[in-house]
Design a protein around this ligand. Structure first.
Ligand code: ADP
Ligand code: MG
Length: 439
């Protein structure tokens, strides 16, 4: 039942946050059988802390994943003593923590090692490696762009990890453009703009993710422009990502666009079939999932173009197999993924119609900006189906749902994708509506 724990991990990561996750959850080794889960932890101190702070969450998550309650036992590494008996510490807490950026934080497993390189992302990968080897020297700024779920965030995290390894003294900021804006806003509110400027202008490398977020945010662009110039002028490395090329971001000031275009621009395209297979193999290995070539082939063929969707499909199939204790076969994959294969003739309108009828709402409710859960969940379902079944683009969906920002749609798709993995009811609901659409 290795699958149970590896399925629970991403959910736990979400609930406890990145830092707690890497400190308190990642070091745990898990064995499960017969309704009992054994968590092996490195020390007694660790066990006490875990019990006090995270055990209820672990309990609930395991139950959610497995669909039944588990008895959870914690055991200190190297002994088989149960929770109640005091045990000697068998391993010390790690003394050296890996270095992180001064501002922002990194996803631990987004490294160069785990990034599959091929024709669709080779140039971006090469650029990231060169930057890490010689920050501020050859390419500055570096601007990486590509569609949603194609590996931009993974790649800049890999770059950041590698740069910190090679240049341990480098002062780095690595964060999303949205986080940058939030820091800016709170500095403005607290009248701390000098501190803000000092903080960002003293870094050696500034890595900003999803810069398209700054579109239309004039005050933030203004401040970013000055930060950019100060850093660039003293040969500090700047790396930016976006879901569009600089010229295609509307609501971006001309002077910023021309700065972005003054460096290296590399795009990331959807992976080739061979890359999709390699990505599946590597993710399966990481999750301890056994994947036959036939199933890999089926998954690589039958999911959308983004790597995130590909991963989502693998996780979903693996979760079903783990919960039901069956091997992962093509038949199982078809059963789990089958109902949502694209129906190309379906329009967003037809989906809105079907979803609103199912939930007893009006189409206007779905398009409205009202937020109650009784409306927002059906809306997310409708957005998800528009993406996966009608294969509509994010901006198109955003427009058809009352002219929202397309990041809302991206968020909705991600939320439903994740809930499908753990909640069989959501899966059945989607299948039911999908059947109606096929009629
Ligand atoms: P983006 O930031 O472009 O939307 P992410 O970097 O978040 O995409 O990638 C989405 C998921 O796909 C992540 O889990 C990431 O690890 C994975 N992924 C994307 N590209 C690759 C790749 N080339 N090799 C391995 N994993 C990848
Ligand atoms: Mg990203």
């Amino acid at each position: 039942m290795h699958g149970l724990w590896s399925t629970a991990l991403p959910l736990l990561r979400q609930q406890v946050g990145e830092r707690n996750f890497s400190t308190w959850i990642e070091p745990i080794r898990c064995e499960a059988d017969d309704g009992v889960v054994r968590l092996e932890v490195p020390s007694r101190f660790f066990r006490d802390w875990l019990t006090r702070h995270f055990l209820p969450t672990i309990h609930a998550t395991l139950e959610q994943v497995a669909g039944k309650p588990y008895l959870v036992r914690t055991v200190v590494n190297g002994s088989s003593a149960p929770q109640s008996r005091p045990v000697a510490v068998t391993r010390e807490e790690p003394v050296t923590k890996p270095r992180g950026p001064k501002i922002g934080r990194l996803v631990p497993h987004y490294t160069f090692d785990t990034f599959v390189v091929g024709p669709s992302n080779g140039v971006a990968f090469k650029a990231a490696q060169e930057v890490s080897a010689a920050p501020g020297r050859r390419f500055n700024p570096v601007f990486l762009h590509g569609g949603v779920g194609l590996g931009k965030t993974h790649l800049i995290n890999a770059l950041a990890h590698d740069m910190l390894r090679r240049w341990p003294r480098v002062r780095m900021a690595c964060l999303s453009a949205e986080a940058f804006m939030n820091v800016l806003i709170s500095s403005l509110r607290q009248d701390q703009m000098n501190a803000f400027r000092d903080r960002f202008r003293e870094v050696d490398a500034l890595i900003l993710d999803d810069i398209q977020f700054l579109a239309g945010k004039e005050r933030t662009q203004e401040e970013f422009f000055h930060t950019f110039n100060a850093l660039h002028g003293s040969n500090k490395q700047i790396v930016l990502t976006s879901d569009k090329a600089p010229g295609a971001i509307t609501g971006l000031e001309e002077r910023l666009r021309s700065r972005f275009e003054g460096g290296l621009i590399a795009d990331i395209q959807p992976p080739t079939f061979e890359m999709r297979l390699a990505i599946l193999r590597s993710k399966a290995e990481r999750q301890g999932v056994e994947l036959s070539p036939e199933v890999a082939d089926y998954l690589a063929r039958s999911t959308g173009s983004s790597v995130r969707e590909l991963e989502g499909a693998l996780t979903r199939v693996a979760a079903h197999a783990a919960v039901h204790g069956t091997p992962i076969t093509v038949a199982l994959a078809q059963q789990v993924l089958g109902p949502l294969l694209p129906v190309r003739s379906v329009s967003i309108e037809k989906i809105q119609d079907a979803v609103s009828r199912h939930f007893g709402l009006s189409v206007a409710d779905l398009k409205s900006h009202r937020r109650g859960r009784d409306i927002s969940f059906p809306r997310q379902i409708a957005m998800y189906l528009s993406r996966t079944v009608a294969e509509a683009s994010f901006p198109n969906i955003a427009e058809k749902f009352g002219g929202r920002d397309h990041s809302t749609v991206i968020h909705a798709v991600r939320v439903i994708e994740e809930r499908r993995t753990v909640d069989g009811q959501v899966d059945r609901l989607l299948a039911t509506i999908n059947d109606q659409l096929r009629e």
